[in-house]
Design a protein around this ligand. Structure first.
Ligand code: ADP
Length: 422
């Protein structure tokens, strides 16, 4: 095992695992700390997916430490703490507290914070995170149901989550290449800085940063930060030259789309699937709360949809005004959990009657569904769109799962994904 990662949500873990797999690392993703009997022979990178993004900070710290200890015990030479490319967090955390705890565990003074993912239009310039041409705080992330992001200055956002010093490696230094970035790390350590936000606006920047972090025991960031890491191991003669995972095979069977994401892109994908003729079932969280909607109702509806080319879509996705109104009545956490729980139960019932191909939209939603299905490990397959691969669950009754972070994927994602399943 060369590289270990702790990811704060499921789709983020998958996104990172895909980046490592494409970089030629044999990568397995596990849900939570791996079972002792999981066969990890021949695995170069292990990504542990937690569901710790929005839980109370002490619990996120405890789970992340347990995961990191497991990775150390498996021999990981470097650890990545992976969070969202939009730095999803609240003033209480959990990015700062978890990064602090991992610095202590690994007994190292400095790490970087770099959520940039230029392929998906997340870039960092002068410490400010952009989503496309908008500052994070002007992007749809300002209205996220669980982690509304209202400040784009990552030095300030992270600074509010840690008592340690936060600094910046500005673009001028990043553009000068890996050696210049490394020198900035040395200066920062001398200045007592623990967290360095690092600018990056292109994949070339991420490769340079990747080379510069080869000696850091801990790296924090989005999946983009992993772009340059396989090369570090190859340079040291620890990793063979190979292309992706060519013998990935997926099971095939009945399909369903379950969308619990309210992100702008998911809402467009829902609309595109409806416009293309996919039958759809809208979940109203108020109906769940009132006991007027059950998993059995939804499953009955799904089973009745028989056109394989137009898979049924079950969605709770709603625009920010509707989400706010529902949260006002039910509470933010309760509204989210009721939908997550219902979709988890729907998935289990569908699996039990033979459904095989599942497309899940939403990070928290995917975590809930995969948890309900009892899936413990995933093998990473081909990319559907940047950051989203097909995966196969490593269990007796394998399922094909596409787990999509809310804002990921093109508008026609729900339609085209099926054609990319090998
Ligand atoms: P994303 O990847 O877009 O952030 P997530 O699944 O991580 O999506 O988060 C969306 C959250 O919003 C989940 O907790 C989900 O249950 C909740 N949710 C979904 N639909 C609604 C709705 N109509 N009203 C309120 N909350 C909702």
């Amino acid at each position: 095992m060369l590289l270990g990662a702790v990811a704060d949500d499921l789709t983020g873990a998958t996104d990172l695992a895909l980046t490592l797999a494409r970089g030629g690392m044999r990568t397995v993703q596990v849900m939570g700390t791996p079972a002792p009997d999981l066969d990890l022979s021949g695995v170069d990178a292990l990504v542990i997916a937690l569901k710790s993004r929005t839980i109370p900070a002490p619990a996120a710290v405890a789970q992340s430490l347990a995961a990191a200890r497991a990775l150390e015990a498996l021999g990981a030479r470097q650890i990545i703490f992976k969070y969202c490319s939009t730095f999803d967090s609240t003033p209480d955390g959990n990015i700062g507290p978890v990064a602090d705890a991992l610095l202590d565990l690994l007994q190292t003074p400095l790490t970087i914070a770099c959520p940039a993912f230029p392929t998906n239009k997340r870039t960092i310039y002068q410490g400010h995170l952009f989503v496309g041409d908008l500052l994070l705080s002007d992007s749809p992330m300002k209205d996220h149901p669980l982690t509304p992001m209202r400040d784009a200055n990552l030095v300030r956002v992270l600074g509010a989550q840690t008592k340690r010093k936060v600094g910046l490696v500005p673009y001028q230094i990043v553009a000068a290449g890996a050696d210049a970035i490394k020198s900035a790390f040395e200066r920062a350590t001398g200045d007592g800085i623990s967290h360095l936000v690092v600018d990056a606006i292109s994949d070339a920047d991420l490769h340079a940063i990747g080379a510069a972090v080869s000696d850091l025991p801990l790296i924090t960031g989005g999946s983009g930060i992993a772009l340059g890491l396989p090369e570090n191991f190859r340079r040291q003669g620890l990793l063979a030259q190979r292309q992706g995972d060519t013998d990935f095979r997926a099971p095939h069977g009945r399909r369903v789309i379950l969308a619990g994401s309210c992100s702008a892109m998911t809402r467009q994908q829902v609309a595109a699937a409806q416009a293309a003729g996919c039958p759809s079932f809208r979940i109203d969280p108020l109906a769940i709360a009132a006991g007027k909607l059950s998993a059995a109702d939804i499953v009955n509806w799904v089973v009745g949809q028989n056109n394989v080319d137009k898979p049924p879509l079950v969605y709770s996705s709603a625009d920010p005004a509707e989400v706010e109104a529902i949260q006002g009545q039910l509470g933010r956490t309760e509204a989210g959990e009721s939908v997550e729980h219902l979709l988890g139960e729907v998935a289990v019932r569908l699996r039990d009657i033979g459904f095989i191909e599942f497309l899940i939209a939403g990070g928290e939603t995917s975590g809930a569904v995969v948890g309900a299905l009892g899936v413990a490990a995933l093998r990473i397959g081909p990319e559907i769109d940047p950051g989203v691969p097909w995966t196969v669950s490593l269990c007796k009754q394998p399922l094909a799962l596409a787990l999509k972070s809310g804002n990921f994927g093109a508008v026609d994602f729900f339609l085209k994904a099926w054609g990319k399943l090998p």
